[in-house]
Every structure is written in structure tokens, then in C-alpha cells.
Design a protein around this ligand. Structure first.
Ligand SMILES: Cc1cc2nc3c(=O)[nH]c(=O)nc-3n(C[C@H](O)[C@H](O)[C@H](O)COP(=O)(O)OP(=O)(O)OC[C@H]3O[C@@H](n4cnc5c(N)ncnc54)[C@H](O)[C@@H]3O)c2cc1C
Length: 359
């Protein structure tokens, strides 16, 4: 049984770990998807998507409540990965080398093709095979195809393939794009006073749900070994991000003047609000921006805040469709937009995919 996995986010990476002979493709240069890490020019790193994860996810199977521990899963499967927890909030975890490292480690047994953008797939009904065609002109044939791209991107692959009909009604509710702008700032050679002010913040992050800037995290608290650097990252709300999406990044990836001005304003706002007086009025030495386009349904098939019920009719209809066509559309729209939920989803789906080998 030959399996292709499209996408190296947490969902694709866990499925890949569970099916080591699966071949993995991603349009990006580096693995990780929305669990990715970037660097400032001095090497200081920061996460541009998920900034931490929690451990346990509860689910119901045969009316039994089971707890999946993502940390146990990582320790068992990728023991070389060092996981730390935030001092102030010990139930929040992160890999000491950055979020990208989770996918890099999980994918280490699979053959991986980076910078391969899937354009469309076609079904050979007689041979019961899928033919995959990539933007670079390369083609491959597989028995099972797992697409973990966000739904709007998956929809465009299916539309190009003329096989949208089977999934149409099912995935439409999850097909809206959502945007998130992320801005990260680095202050070098900060004073002892700044360091102690930052260290004194009660939590590493401040949430301002549904305001322009939604979430700020102190990335240097996670990754910095040179304590004279402070790195902060801000994630912006969907409304703000959509308004500014095309205005923040130059073609070469650098921030536009608009982004620099706005970013400095928002950093200043957070610093003031948290009483960090010594950095107030000091613009970052370096700013980087990232823009995400993905889908974030109001509720996933299994709502992200509730216990995962594997007997939920939405989930069983979904599985039936995947099995029938050996086409698995997967990702956080199924189990909920949280890293450990995607990981559990990856484990459960790979068990189902492996069963199809015997069909
Ligand atoms: C800004 C932000 C902050 C977040 N913060 C947190 C947090 O703190 N904690 C938490 O638990 N969760 C957080 N989340 C949610 C979490 O990051 C996601 O739910 C999870 O990472 C989704 O993983 P995934 O594998 O389903 O999808 P993705 O990570 O999006 O992976 C999909 C992959 O498919 C690839 N792809 C797309 N189209 C194609 C194509 N045509 N061909 C080939 N490859 C393709 C993409 O490049 C990508 O690598 C956050 C999300 C965002 C955006």
C-alpha cells in the first residue's frame, strides 16, 4: 500500500511517523506548517504560529473516556526532542529548539519532498490508484492520499481534479479563508532593568481576544540563551489581519513601512500596558512579519473545546467518505485547532489508513 501525505504540519507529521513508508510532500521549504519557527538576523528565534501546546486531550471510544498525552507520545516516538514548560504556566509546553523541530523529528523516518505544491489528483478507477500532479510538473501514483492542507487549499486541489463533488457538501462549511498577521520584534543589548521588568511579567503572554492585536508572547523567554536580547511576537485578529494582509510584507519578505509603523505602535501599547517602562519609546532593532492564510471554521467537525467523541455522527460520516475513496482530507478542521488535538487526530487516522491496506 503506497501512501502520500500532503503537508508537514503537525497532522501530516504525526501520520507520517505512524506510517514510515509514506512519502510526504509540502509546498514550503521547511516542515512544520502552522507550527513553525523563524530567526532574526542574529539567530534569535521565535515561533510564527503556535507558540506553545498543552499536553492532554480527552476522547471517548466505546463510551470509555481515554486521555491522550501528547508529551508521552513525543517522548516515546522522538526521545531526542527536548520539551520544556513555561515557568509561569507549567502546563504550557514548547520544544527547546522551536516548534519546527517537532515536525522535523517526527518526519525523520519518511522520504520528504519539500517545495512540492500539489496541483491536482486524478483517479484511475480500474487500477484503483491516485495520480498526483505537482506544480513543478512531477507526477506520482499512490493507493492512499492524505491531504492535510487547510480546507480552502484542499478545495482548490479537488476543484482542479474535477472530484469536488464527493466532498462538496461535507467541507463547504470549513472552506473560508482566515488570515493572521504576526509581527516579531527584537531588542538587543537591553538593560538589567528591562530584563527584570520582563521577567516580572505575571504570564508570558497577554490575550486581547477580538481586539486588533489578539495575543502577545515573549519569545525570548522560551528560546533566548543570550539574556541581553528580548524578542516579542504579536498575533493580530482576523479582521485586522484581513484589512492589512497585502500591506505588510514586501515581495522580498521584508516588512513594509506600514508594518514597521504599526508594529512599533502595537509593541509600545503592550509594553505600556504591562508597565515595561524601560523599553517604552524604544523601537525594536529588528522587525519581521509573517502572514498566514488558512481556514478556521467556527467549529471543527469535533468542536475544539469539547471532548472528542469518536462515535459522533459527523466524524463517522467523514471517516466513511475517506475510506471509500482512499482520499483522506485531514487537519485541524476535523479535530480542532490545537496542536495536541491534531496529533491525536493523526494517530487515529493513521490507524484507519493502515486498515485499508487489508482491503
Ligand atoms: C497564528 C497561530 C497561532 C496559533 N497558536 C496556537 C497555540 O498557541 N497552541 C495550539 O495548540 N495551537 C495554536 N494554533 C493552531 C495550530 O497551530 C493549528 O491548529 C495546527 O498547527 C494545524 O496543523 P495542521 O497540520 O492541521 O495544518 P498546517 O500546519 O496548516 O499544515 C498544512 C501543511 O500543508 C501544506 N500545504 C498546503 N497546501 C499545499 C499544497 N497544495 N501542496 C503541498 N503542501 C501544501 C502547508 O505548507 C502546510 O505545511 C495557532 C495557529 C495560528 C495560525
Amino acid at each position: 500500500m503506497k501512501t502520500a501525505i500532503i503537508g508537514t504540519g503537525i497532522t501530516g507529521s504525526v501520520i507520517a511517523r505512524e506510517i514510515p513508508d509514506a512519502i510526504v510532500f509540502d509546498k514550503a521549504m521547511k516542515p512544520g506548517g502552522r507550527t513553525s519557527t523563524k530567526q532574526f538576523s542574529n539567530g534569535s528565534q521565535f515561533d510564527i504560529g503556535a507558540t506553545y501546546f498543552r499536553d492532554n486531550v480527552r476522547y471517548l471510544k466505546n463510551r470509555q473516556e481515554i486521555t491522550f498525552s501528547f508529551i508521552d507520545y513525543l517522548q516515546k516516538n522522538v526521545p531526542d526532542l527536548t520539551i520544556k514548560n513555561l515557568t509561569e504556566t507549567p502546563d504550557y509546553f514548547y520544544p527547546s529548539e522551536g516548534m519546527t523541530k517537532v515536525s522535523e523529528e517526527l518526519l525523520s523516518k519518511n522520504q520528504l519532498y519539500s517545495e512540492y505544491t500539489l496541483e491536482f489528483i486524478t483517479r484511475d478507477q480500474e487500477k484503483k490508484e491516485w495520480k498526483l500532479k505537482f506544480l513543478n510538473g512531477k507526477e506520482f501514483t499512490f493507493d492512499n492520499v492524505v491531504i492535510t492542507a487547510p480546507i480552502p487549499q484542499a478545495m482548490s486541489i479537488l476543484k482542479n481534479s474535477g472530484i469536488m463533488m464527493i466532498w462538496d457538501d461535507f467541507i463547504k462549511p470549513y472552506g473560508e479563508y482566515r488570515s493572521t498577521l504576526v509581527i516579531a520584534g527584537l531588542w538587543k543589548n537591553v538593560t538589567e532593568e528591562t530584563r527584570s521588568e520582563i521577567a516580572g511579567m505575571s504570564n508570558f503572554s497577554i490575550l486581547e481576544k477580538n481586539k486588533d492585536s489578539e495575543f502577545m508572547s515573549i519569545e525570548s523567554a522560551k528560546y533566548e540563551t543570550d539574556f541581553s536580547n528580548i524578542a516579542l511576537a504579536i498575533q493580530f485578529s482576523a479582521a485586522f489581519s484581513s484589512r492589512n494582509l497585502e500591506r505588510w510584507k514586501n515581495a522580498d519578505g521584508s516588512p513594509t513601512d506600514d508594518a514597521l509603523k504599526n508594529g512599533a505602535y502595537h509593541f509600545e501599547k503592550f509594553l505600556k500596558r504591562n508597565g515595561i517602562k524601560s523599553l517604552s519609546g524604544k523601537e525594536p532593532d529588528e522587525i519581521q512579519v509573517h502572514k498566514w492564510r488558512y481556514s478556521m471554521p467556527d467549529t471543527s467537525i469535533i468542536d475544539k473545546n469539547s471532548i472528542i467523541d469518536l462515535e459522533d455522527s459527523g466524524y463517522s460520516d467523514y471517516l466513511k467518505l475517506c475510506k471509500e475513496h482512499r482520499l483522506w482530507l485531514a487537519g485541524d478542521w476535523v479535530f480542532g485547532a490545537r496542536v495536541p488535538r491534531c496529533a491525536l487526530g493523526g494517530v487515529l487516522l493513521s490507524q484507519e489508513i493502515k486498515k485499508t491496506g487489508a482491503l
